[in-house]
Unconditional design. Structure first.
Length: 849
């Protein structure tokens, strides 16, 4: 009996020991579930979960990707709110998160290589990392408990309660939300968001790289006045302000009974407000910064207002009219509006005073324009300050903001349904409607009568002088205008210009407002260019030299002086004037004016300080300035400009001479297509035109155009494809020569593509493994554009879609001009051999074979 008792006691003791050990083990696991130390780490696919189960820290792969990242997600992996190694993914499933020897929190791969670090310097003691219930990963000193680093201070693309976004104007340091590159790639994309303070006015902005794409409207201490959703019941407490040391910041908190709300900047540059839906058990979007087209920054241009409840959405402010009526009618509003009648103070300045004072137009529930100047004064003083200053175009007042004055163009005005502010716009005095109608009737009758007489007289004179010869074009010089338009210069064009016969050049010119195209004196342009000194020379093309000039008012311009020896110079001159006067797009160079004086014919453009694209991509010392993001922007900008020419402008225009030297770069390296001397306006039903006069540049001309004189939209698509390959390889197609196989650049790229060795051609300035996927995609698109058969090439609309999507691409067929002909050793006529010279000179005629 005693033996049995001893045995039972022994069994109980053993069982108790086992249970005690298991209890201690699970107790240890429970304590350590949200802690990381040097000995207690997490390994893929392990994860840490917050106590309430809302947040998880672990390893994940993005959509359609096998790369592994360490991140924090809310509720499920479909809502990633923070990523550690976003720019350096793991390529296997052996990653770990641990504390390194120097005390930092790190992400390592299977070979213990560091892929990410909290990067805190001079850590004095042992550290641990804890994952809080609020989704915050914190690095702590073990002895003191002091916080050394926390993820909440380094947001990626998502803002959580308590997270701060900030910009310090003194140091230039900033904390911004930065979007993913695309849904499959968490690396830093093109879009970012933060708050900035200008002239004592705080706003939240979204930028597409450096360009503004959205703004919130001014902060009035309670809401952002341009977000009408905040005019309704809002359960968040936003804090916006300055810290006194040059830093402006924003963060928010939420009430306990509201539930968690987060803000996410997606890869398309749209800010989304997200909440948890208990019924559907999913995260859903409750607000976005892109509720309508009106939320696109400056979509209507200057002095116009956008309303999502009207059609079209853009309209000019009272007293203003579209700057370009034709573009406005086809819903291209980017040019904005101009004032119909000068302000009274402008008349005083020009000594043409009127007894009528300027008026004030009151607009209600408005998202006020950008670029306001803030002052803390009363509403009455605010009004007086504006009316007493001729430069003041509008004002607004809010108790939480103070006085806002606008002296620059009124840009990004939106009509809201609720909320917003009252905006007071300065407008010129207008006559009563009865007077307007009476005057309008008199003017119309007088114009018709006088115009008819003039037309009859001119027709008779032309008939007597020219019979049935080609039409004569008339241009007025500024000197002629000084003589009350009694004198003018006459230019006879032998043969039809590049404008289709149905187009009347004078009629097209009349569509452009006089103030939009200045007529310059030859003497002023000579002075501006230092008498066309060689030191002012910017470049040279087939029809003349381009000089840099500086007007008396300080404006810098580019002056294209047509060569007197050019037989086609006048035709190209007229063609460029007609075409550019009718076009307005951010990726097309802007024509400022022209000059004719005897044999002199000149065009004035906006000055591009960075000159042309070829000066960068083909110069080893400069092409490093064009990183991958910049080259993407250049490629997409050229594509948008071509799409506008082919489809979005009122005229259908084929450029016919697209090349690197005809793409200019502004201060921010944004591309602008230039040189429209060879452009051709297509008729409404034309898809392809044949010409016996082939113009263009060797290396960029499509085969059907170079060989048969056939050109269409696909001609420009071919040139664009060549540009893509040149931009990505840094090599010029017209001068590239692969000796072993006698290959052109197109042929060499094609061979490397088929042999899956295309990465060897990438320009060193962008040869980064993180960019290889997109570089290969862009090269693929370039090869589609340079296919030998024109019908196989995509349209520019399809090209832009391919550039901005992740969809599968068709396999390209063989490009044109794979073999580079050595014409100097062929039987071509001697006078044609110069066509093969390696330079940037435009070819104006080709010889028959």
């Amino acid at each position: 009996m005693l033996l049995i008792s001893l045995m039972n006691f022994t069994n109980c003791a053993y069982l108790f020991s086992v249970l005690f050990i298991l209890f201690c083990y699970f107790l240890n696991v429970s304590i350590g579930t949200n802690t990381i130390t040097s000995s207690q780490y997490i390994k893929d696919p392990e994860a840490l979960t917050s106590k309430d189960g809302n947040f998880t820290l672990g390893f994940f792969s993005a959509k359609n990707s096998t790369n592994r990242y360490v991140g924090i997600w809310w509720k499920s992996q479909s809502t990633i709110i923070w990523v550690a190694n976003r720019n350096q993914p793991l390529n296997d499933t052996n990653g770990i998160v641990t504390i390194s020897e120097d005390g930092n929190l790190v992400v390592l791969n299977g070979q213990k290589r560091v892929y990410w670090s909290s990067n805190v310097s001079n850590i004095a003691s042992n550290t641990t990392s804890q994952f809080s219930d609020y989704g915050n990963l914190v690095l702590l000193e073990s002895t003191t408990g002091n916080t050394l680093w926390q993820s909440i201070q380094q947001p990626t693309d998502t803002l959580l309660p308590g997270m701060k976004l900030s910009v310090n104007k003194r140091t230039g340091m900033s904390v911004k939300m930065k979007s993913w590159k695309n849904p499959s790639d968490p690396s830093i994309g093109n879009f970012s968001s933060s708050t900035i303070e200008r002239q004592h006015i705080h706003e939240v902005f979204i930028w597409n790289e450096t360009r503004t794409s959205w703004r919130s409207g001014p902060w009035n201490g309670g809401v952002f006045t341009g977000i009408q959703a905040m005019a309704m019941a809002y359960f968040f407490d936003f804090q916006v302000g300055d810290d006194g040391e040059g830093s402006t910041s924003i963060y928010y908190t939420i009430q306990n009974d509201v539930g968690l709300v987060i803000y996410h900047l997606n890869s398309h540059g749209v800010l989304e407000e997200k909440r948890w839906d208990d019924e559907k058990k999913e995260v859903h979007v409750t607000w976005t910064s892109r509720d309508s087209e009106c939320d696109v920054y400056g979509i209507c241009g200057a002095f116009a207002i956008c309303s999502s409840s009207t059609s079209p959405i853009c309209s000019c402010l009272k007293g203003f009219e579209p700057k370009n009526i034709r573009e406005w009618k086809i819903n291209n509003w980017s040019g904005g509006c101009v004032r119909k009648t000068p302000l009274q103070c402008e008349r005083v300045h020009n000594k043409t005073t009127s007894t009528k004072e300027d008026g004030i137009l009151k607009l209600q529930t408005i998202k006020v324009p950008d670029f306001a100047e803030g002052l803390i004064v009363t509403p009455d003083i605010c009004r007086s300050l504006c009316l007493e200053n001729c430069s003041c175009l509008a004002y607004s007042h809010d108790d939480g903001i103070g006085c806002m004055l606008w002296t620059a163009n009124l840009l990004d005005i939106q009509q809201l349904e609720m909320g917003g502010l009252d905006l007071y716009v300065r407008i010129a005095h207008e006559k009563p409607d009865t007077d307007k109608r009476r005057n309008k009737t008199i003017i119309i009758l007088s114009t018709v009568i006088v115009g008819s007489i003039i037309i009859l007289i001119c027709a008779y004179i032309i008939w007597r002088r020219t019979g049935n010869h080609p039409a004569k074009l008339w241009l007025f010089t500024k000197s002629a205008r000084k003589k009350n338009n009694k004198a003018f210069q006459q230019f006879n064009i032998g043969g039809s210009p590049n404008v289709s016969p149905s187009d009347n050049v004078i009629g097209e010119m009349s569509q452009v407002k006089l103030q939009e195209l200045l007529i310059f004196d030859f003497e002023k342009l000579a002075t501006a260019t230092n008498n066309f000194h060689l030191s002012n020379k910017l470049g040279q093309g087939g029809f003349g030299i381009v000089y840099k000039g500086k007007l008396q008012d300080g404006r810098e311009i580019a002056v294209k002086r047509l060569s007197k020896a050019s037989g086609q110079g006048l035709e190209e001159f007229m063609n460029e004037v007609v075409v550019l006067c009718k076009l307005q797009h951010r990726n097309l160079v802007r024509l400022l004016g022209c000059c004719t004086d005897g044999d002199e014919k000149m065009l004035m453009y906006e000055y591009m300080p960075n000159k042309s694209l070829d000066a960068f991509i083909f110069d080893p010392s400069k092409n490093k300035l064009l990183d991958w993001s910049t080259r993407c922007n250049i490629i997409e900008g050229i594509a948008r400009g071509l799409l506008y020419l082919h489809r979005d402008s009122r005229l259908r225009i084929i450029h016919r001479d697209l090349k690197a030297s005809n793409v200019l770069l502004d201060e921010e390296l944004n591309p602008k297509i230039a040189d429209f001397g060879m452009a051709r306006i297509f008729g409404g039903g034309d898809d392809q035109v044949n010409t016996s006069r082939i113009v263009g540049t060797y290396g960029y001309m499509s085969p059907e155009y170079a060989m048969q004189g056939l050109f269409s939209e696909k001609t420009d698509v071919f040139s664009f494809g060549v540009l893509i390959l040149e931009i990505l390889t840094g090599k010029r197609n017209s001068s590239f020569y692969e000796d072993a196989h006698n290959l052109s650049l197109l042929g060499y790229v094609w061979i490397q593509w088929r042999e899956d060795n295309i990465l060897s051609l990438i320009d060193q300035g962008i040869d980064d493994p993180s960019h290889h996927y997109y570089i290969l995609r862009y090269i693929h698109i370039g090869l589609l554009c340079v296919q030998e058969i024109a019908v196989d090439r995509p349209t520019m609309a399809a090209v832009i879609s391919m550039l901005n999507s992740e969809g599968a691409l068709l396999a390209p067929s063989k490009p044109a001009f794979i073999l580079r002909q050595n014409m100097l050793n062929s039987n071509w006529p001697e006078e044609c051999k110069s066509v093969s010279s390696i330079n940037n000179v435009t070819m104006t005629e080709t010889c028959g074979r």
